[in-house]
Design a protein around this ligand. Sequence first.
Ligand code: TPP
Length: 296
Amino acid sequence: MKMLYMDTREDMPYRPTKPTTVEELKLCAARIRLQLLELCTKEVIHIGGDLSIADVMTVLWLYQMKYDPSNPKWEKRDRFVLSKGHASAVTSFAQAMRGCFPAEAVIRDYAKDGKSFSMHSCALNNRFVEASTGSLGHGFPIACGMAAGLRLKKNDTSRVYVLMGDGEQAEGSVWEAAMNAAHYKLGNLAAIIDCNGFEADGRIDELTAINDLGDKYRAFGWNVCEFDGNDIGEIKYRFDRLPPPRSEKPTALICRTVKGKGVPFMENEPKWHAGKITPEQFKECEDLLLREWRKP
Ligand SMILES: Cc1ncc(C[n+]2csc(CCOP(=O)(O)OP(=O)(O)O)c2C)c(N)n1
């Protein structure tokens, strides 16, 4: 199959370096979805939870985060920790679009021994990864430690963003971290929770129901905002209004999303937590996404 590397596609030609409008960001999200699906023809990836959070990751990496791809250790950068470490593919494509490395490298090297793009984020072989993750419930406490570290260094302009899943909320360490973040007044911490309603084995409400997650974070002393995590305009609006990093309450961004978003046969279908697609399925998805993208 001819690989359609997204950096050079002629049918989606616009590649803004710093998208600012909702329309530009929507295009970037569509391209990231196509990159994910292209990779998914070659490797098993966690496609369901990559697609659910693709819109948030687009706005986060291409619009929101203070970050210099030519200097990933810049002291004043915002930090990102992928606590749901299995969403490494969408993270890598968002970073690629921000200019960290070419998307082609992700497609070529993903899950290959000794290369930079692992199935779960790995900081040992990729300098754009802040912390190695994959064991659920660990990235969040690491992010809290980073936010506390920024306070000790008197850095009051950087934020730490951490992405978790709703299934991940069943880990006890999540609640230890939530309690500590409020206690240490980490207003420089923003926890993004991808509430797609599913974990690996099925529906969250049938496995470990989390009921009203917003109430839980509020009870732990957090600011909470809850919104449609597949609506780019809404995501941008919420990021624009985050309290400043020097404020005293951490913020939970509860994103209501659809697992497998954008690919009808994957949406809300537990078997697409992880998987691989055929070239024919890729073509079907590509036609659909391009049609969607061209809609006025
Ligand atoms: C501690 C731990 N237990 C189990 C797993 C296996 N596992 C990988 S992904 C996953 C489901 C996670 O669900 P969720 O956090 O909702 O992620 P999403 O549905 O967004 O992909 C599980 C149980 C793991 N990675 N870590």
